[in-house]
Design a protein around this ligand. Structure first.
Ligand SMILES: Cc1cc2nc3c(=O)[nH]c(=O)nc-3n(C[C@H](O)[C@H](O)[C@H](O)COP(=O)(O)O)c2cc1C
Length: 446
């Protein structure tokens, strides 16, 4: 284990119109950011200036217009590897993570996309392996049904093994390009994969040289047992989403505790929950922005889903009513506590709880407050081993990101929690990972 002081890892989880469903409706909110090349470039360059570890793009393979009020940023967006190739040319240091849904892809193609991005970015590419949270994707890929969790993860494991194997098929010195002898490639250093497994047969070799990083850092996102096992075996970083510190601490411990089963150390895997920072120059400014955002939510105020979540039926109440006695449900008490925290007062109404529920439905940690307050929460989660860093989801763009970069990042740097300079140039280096040897070379050397 490294003796270096543990430091935060920070990345942007891009939501083009912001994480808050009404972020785009603010007067200053950018509505078409996810499609604006100049804007995307500026965002990536700002992140790099702030020494962020990565720029991350999620992906889903199905959509419908009815997502507009809850998930406007995920309803339509650009294909991740295409966008990241463009950003690679506009940046020098920042890691670039694209999501790959293994359920609907072929490993040979994904090995090509990822290796290509790694070469173009000079060693900054990474992939986030998901097995697909949107079941409708099946209908876009000539299937009748989304597979169950077990089949998706069986498939993903074999998929990862193949991609990782393909990256190694050309040894680092396999291309001497020797003008004098005429030897362009050294065939003895080029290997077939000859994978024949339950789901795939892939001969190889890959038609791209070994990536700059050798093996790209692998990210996973999910909390099911199979997802945790995948993370423990293969991932360098796992994305999660919870707004409850105790849940995060439990997950952190559990998933890291699985690493020794695979011959790895707990520190080999970084755990990054999502963080939605609504930060202001003062606490009042932040609370006012939270209120402004919530008032712009487009909703029919159906209290059903909230009632189901907290286990207390609120359907008969008026939105302006104070919260009723919630003591019959631990979950309800907990959610009410979180909503009070976000509002900064005790006397919240059903409307306040409804808004809190609506804007945090994807589960990431929402923090509303001043620079110090937001930095305190980050520090607390980091020190208490709930997180090794955060996947930052600005509530609106670009202002929500700008305030975080201008106010919170310098504060974290002042506290010695976050880098003030990049120490390396590749994404592996940002994560403190060395470049792995090539399996074929290692076999040859015994
Ligand atoms: C931060 C984060 C980002 C995610 N991004 C995606 C994504 O881009 N596409 C997707 O299909 N699923 C995404 N997921 C969903 C997970 O891959 C996973 O399917 C979901 O969390 C269900 O968990 P499970 O697979 O462990 O059952 C994401 C999850 C988290 C926590």
């Amino acid at each position: 284990m490294s003796s270096k002081r543990r430091q935060l890892h920070l990345g942007l989880f891009l939501f083009g119109t912001g994480y808050h469903p009404a972020g785009w409706r603010l007067p200053e909110g950018k509505t078409d950011g996810a499609y604006d090349p100049q804007f995307l470039k500026e965002v990536a360059q700002k992140l790099e200036k702030a020494k962020f570890d990565f720029f991350f793009l999620g992906d889903r393979l199905a959509t419908s217009a009815d997502m507009q009020h809850l998930f406007p940023s995920q309803m339509t967006r650009l294909e991740p590897f295409t966008m990241l190739s463009y950003l690679a040319a506009a940046t020098d240091k920042i890691g670039l993570i694209g999501t790959v849904n293994t359920t609907y892809a072929e490993p040979y193609n994904i090995a090509r996309f990822t290796a290509s991005l790694d070469h173009l970015s000079r060693g900054r590419a990474s992939w986030n392996v998901v097995t697909g949270s949107d079941t409708r994707a099946a209908l876009n890929f000539s299937r009748e049904k989304h597979w169950d969790n077990a089949k998706r993860y069986d498939y993903a494991e074999e998929f990862i093994e193949i991609v990782s194997g393909l990256w190694d098929t050309w040894e680092d010195d396999s291309l001497p390009r020797d003008k004098a002898s005429g030897m362009f490639a050294d065939g003895s250093k080029v290997h077939a994969l000859n994978h024949v497994g339950e789901h795939f047969s892939v001969a190889g070799p890959l038609n791209i040289l070994r990536p700059i990083q050798g093996q790209l850092p692998l990210i996973t996102a999910g909390t099911s047992l199979r997802s945790q096992m995948l993370a423990a075996q293969y991932s360098d970083m796992v994305f999660t989403g919870t707004n409850v510190k105790e849940v995060a601490v439990k997950f952190y411990k559990e998933v890291k505790g699985r690493l020794p089963e695979y011959g790895r150390e707990a520190s080999d895997l970084k755990v990054l929950p999502g963080l939605v920072p609504i930060v202001g120059r003062t606490e009042e400014e932040a609370r006012a922005k939270y209120a402004e955002l919530n008032e712009l939510v487009v909703t029919d105020y159906d209290l059903g889903p909230l009632s189901d979540k907290i286990g207390i039926d609120l359907r008969g109440y008026s939105l302006e009513d104070p919260l009723p006695d919630l003591s019959a449900s631990e979950t309800a008490l907990h959610w009410a506590g979180l909503a009070r925290g976000a509002n900064g007062r005790e006397d919240i109404t059903i409307r306040d709880l409804f808004y809190f529920f609506t804007v945090t439905v994807r589960g990431h940690l929402l923090v509303v407050g001043s620079t110090q307050q937001v930095a305190d929460i980050i520090e607390e989660w980091f020190r208490d081993e709930a997180a090794d860093g955060f996947n930052v989801c600005p509530p609106y763009m670009p202002g929500g990101l700008d305030l975080f970069l201008e106010l919170v990042v310098p504060e974290l740097q002042r506290r010695g929690l976050f880098r003030t300079e990049y120490e390396g140039s590749t994404f592996r280096e940002h994560l403190g990972l060395s470049r792995p040897g090539n399996r074929y070379d290692l076999i040859a050397k015994g």
